[in-house]
Design a protein around this ligand. Structure first.
Ligand SMILES: NC(=O)c1ccc[n+]([C@@H]2O[C@H](COP(=O)([O-])OP(=O)(O)OC[C@H]3O[C@@H](n4cnc5c(N)ncnc54)[C@H](OP(=O)(O)O)[C@@H]3O)[C@@H](O)[C@H]2O)c1
Length: 341
């Protein structure tokens, strides 16, 4: 297939391009040329800026399918859909689970209520990200109808992750010892390997499937504590979770969401995507690959990490209030039990 990827040079899109090339598809990348300029030498590369409505490089070009990874505001999608129009077979838009309104319970599927679309602002932030994606989805389906496919991932992880949420826990667990967790260790969690998402996206294109697909992982239920212990096991270390009531810490630790614990936020139904071919790489594999990648790039500062002094201060506080805990030796090479405040 001739596949146009709008984006494709950072993390999620990069995984999709890698998978499409592995499957022998002809891939054309469209981006501004700021990231990943040395990647994919075998792929055609077109330059343009969606923020500036500069899509002239796409005019007159035809593709079997387009994968839109870089559309964040409805104008991006409207403009791309207008320029490509009938010269593209299928338009797959990478949306997000932020489109869902809160309230639906665990196990909600793609029919769960959405937040109201945002049409007036193009400022992408915590409050507008979901509403803007809903508007993007509406732009696409109103123009492309059955030729539209929408994929809604939750948290994604893997090598080249540019948000670092899972990477933070991989790195932290690999250090072993006492790990501060300001949240509920039993909090449900969904983390999908970006390579699994890429597999699903390419499969949906190959099978020319329309519709909406939740894309979360892993296949088996996961908790925060389970994730951290899996990361430690992948690194061959031992961790002891030191639980701190979430209300005592203002800063948010990556993936710790006490506010979402009783919702579908990390418990969405993925049956449609699984039936469509979403694989389930074991979390231990994702953790091991992220660890190797992170070490290979020299462990730079992470976007999502809490300040190291915050972790140290929290730990000191717990140890001061629990002398019996302080007297014990922190874990060595094996995973040990957990201690609540
Ligand atoms: N990471 C997650 O956990 C997660 C979860 C849910 C959904 N998502 C979705 O994944 C997508 C982002 O993933 P990613 O950043 O890893 O994707 P990516 O496709 O790997 O990287 C973003 C691409 O967009 C291009 N780009 C950015 N601004 C542009 C512009 N104004 N005009 C043209 N091209 C532009 C960038 O290249 P240049 O900089 O060279 O232009 C780059 O190729 C978003 O749609 C997001 O909602 C991510």
């Amino acid at each position: 297939m001739r596949i146009l990827v709008l984006g494709g040079t950072s993390f999620v899109g990069r995984s999709i391009v890698t998978k499409a090339l592995d499957r022998d598809h002809d891939v054309t990348l469209f981006h501004r040329g700021r990231t990943g300029t040395d990647l994919f030498p075998g792929a055609e590369r077109l330059r343009g800026d969606r923020d500036e409505n500069d899509l002239s490089a796409l005019e007159g070009r035809s593709f079997d399918a387009v994968v839109d990874v870089s559309g964040t505001v409805p104008r991006h999608v409207r403009h791309a859909a207008e320029v490509l129009d009938e010269r593209v077979g299928r338009y797959l838009f990478l949306s997000s689970n932020t489109v869902y309104a809160s309230g639906a319970g665990p196990g909600a599927d793609e029919s769960a209520p959405l937040v109201a679309p945002e049409w007036d602002s193009e400022v992408v932030g915590a409050r507008t990200r979901g509403p803007l994606k809903v508007a993007c989805e509406r732009e696409l389906t109103s123009r492309f109808g059955e030729r539209a496919t929408i994929v809604r991932p939750g948290v994604l992880a893997g090598p080249h992750d540019n948000l670092d949420q899972f990477t933070y826990w991989v790195r932290r667990a690999a250090k072993g010892g006492r790990v501060v967790l300001p949240g509920d260790p039993g909090q449900p969690l969904q983390v999908l390997d970006a390579r699994d998402l890429a597999h699903l996206v390419v499969r949906l294109l190959e099978e020319d499937r329309s519709g909406v697909f939740n894309a979360m992982g892993p296949a088996a239920p996961l908790t925060l504590a389970g994730m951290i212990h899996t990361c430690a096991a992948a690194a061959g270390t031992g961790v002891e979770l030191i639980l701190v009531p979430s209300g005592t810490v203002k800063a948010r630790f990556p993936l710790v969401r006490p506010d979402r614990i009783r919702e579908q936020f990390f418990q969405r139904d993925t049956t449609r995507a699984r039936e469509a071919g979403l694989p389930s790489t074991p979390l231990s594999t994702t953790a091991a690959d992220v660890l190797a990648w992170d070490r290979g790039r020299g462990e730079p500062p992470l976007r999502s990490a809490p300040a190291p002094e915050l972790e140290r201060n929290l730990l000191d506080y717990v140890l001061r209030s629990r002398p019996s805990l302080a007297a014990r030796t922190p874990p060595g090479p094996t995973v040990t039990d957990r201690h609540a405040l």
